[in-house]
Ligand binder design. Structure first.
Ligand SMILES: [Zn+2]
Length: 98
């Protein structure tokens, strides 16, 4: 009993590759190594711009959560632009928090 030569995760007895890796190997033989390498690189590996975008998205999310904690949960209230009393409610909240 050996571990699969590709994933090194599954145990195999009669071949070098487990069922999943055999499937991957057959696709690789069909399309060719360079084509598969290209597809994997394009779909699985993030380039620098994509990494920066992801970081910005996470930063925005964290900032929004921080602001929410400072103001308190207002999700049950309509937004100030839709609600004529919205500004008044905000002022009242400020006065109450002092
Ligand atoms: Zn495997």
């Amino acid at each position: 009993m050996f571990k699969c030569y590709l994933c090194n995760d599954e145990y195999v007895i009669t071949s070098y590759f487990c069922d999943d890796c055999n499937y991957i190997k057959r696709i690789l033989q069909c399309y060719g190594r360079s084509e598969i390498k290209d597809i994997i690189t394009k779909t699985c590996i993030r380039n620098k711009k994509q990494r920066i975008n992801k970081i910005d998205i996470i930063k925005d999310k964290l900032n929004k959560e921080e602001k929410k904690e400072e103001i308190g949960d207002e999700s049950y209230l309509p937004s100030p632009s839709n609600n004529p009393n919205g500004e008044m409610l905000k002022e009242l909240k400020k006065k109450l928090s002092k």
